[in-house]
Design a protein around this ligand. Structure first.
Ligand code: KIV
Length: 280
């Protein structure tokens, strides 16, 4: 990671300046607990609306509300001292007009203290990105697979396989960059397209299911640590299997409680060490 001063919060200006430099290390975080654990390792924490699926068990991100994003954004800000924290704008909070987007994004900035917001979309969102950026709200774009548009697109399949679709996504990326976004996520595209976008735009690209050529990478933390196991997309690399460990721990606890092996007297108040008797 590029930051030499662990106590200084990484800003969107620092992120923007990393174009073509050392890769940006990014992860999602939804809670203060996770933010504390991740903070020293990452440049950027995204409070992604993927929390709707990962934490709340929703089928898509469409039902996530602005209040949910603000509550989780504020929690992550309480846990992270160093990383640049960006909060996702949920579906329905920014598409209607640039003014509505400003009001919703201003709430996110005031009520969470985050450094900026992320919103999905390309050419159709360029005017809004410019409106927000010029009025003090840093915006991270998001092109390629857009989970909030899954009902129109008909699923979570990868994007940019036809020339027509690849050209449209390239146009989206250029529009987001030209509108003043400080960085953009490229999600779920064919690799050569993500590589070409990274070469074409002036702002850092942060890939997820995109390309090693991107200026940074992001994964959903629960995927990375093996906590979210409903499905495993091709682009996920698991670095731990915490889901299995948690299930094993709960099973061991259940057996101990059933057999009166927990709590032991060492877990009880008012018992002198070594004087207790354990019931078997
Ligand atoms: O919501 C989210 O977590 C995201 C990342 C997958 C980039 O948008």
């Amino acid at each position: 990671m590029g930051n030499e001063q662990p106590d200084k919060r990484i800003t969107v200006v620092d992120i923007r300046a990393r174009k073509g430099g050392e890769p940006l290390v990014c992860l999602t975080a939804y809670t203060a607990l996770t933010a504390v654990l991740l903070d020293e390792h990452v440049d950027l924490l995204l409070v992604g609306d993927s929390l709707g699926m990962v934490l709340y068990g929703l089928e898509t991100t469409v039902a996530v509300s602005l209040d949910m994003m603000i509550a989780h954004g504020a929690a992550v800000m309480r846990g992270a001292n160093r990383a640049c924290v960006i909060v996702d704008m949920p579906f329905g909070s920014y598409q209607e007009s640039r003014e509505a987007a400003f009001r919703a994004a201003a709430r996110v900035m005031k009520e969470t203290g985050a450094a900026g917001v992320k919103l999905e979309g390309g050419t159709e969102m360029a005017e809004t990105i410019e409106f927000l950026s010029r009025r003090g709200i840093p915006v991270m774009g998001h092109v390629g697979l857009l989970p909030q548009s899954v009902n129109v697109a008909g699923g979570f399949h990868s994007r940019g396989r036809s020339k027509r679709e690849a050209d449209a996504i390239m146009a989206d990326a250029r529009a987001v960059s030209d509108a003043g976004a400080f960085a953009m996520v490229i999600e779920g595209t064919v690799e050569p397209l993500a590589r070409a976008i990274t070469e074409a735009v002036e702002i850092p690209t942060i890939g997820i299911g995109a390309s090693p050529a991107c200026d940074g990478q992001i994964l959903v933390t629960e995927d990375l640590v093996g906590l979210f196991s409903q499905f495993k997309p091709k682009f996920v690399k698991r670095y731990a299997e915490l889901g299995g460990q948690i299930s094993d721990a709960a099973g061991a606890y259940a057996r101990d409680v059933s057999r009166r092996r927990f709590p032991g007297l060492e877990h009880c108040y008012g018992v002198k060490p070594g004087k207790g008797r354990r019931d078997g």
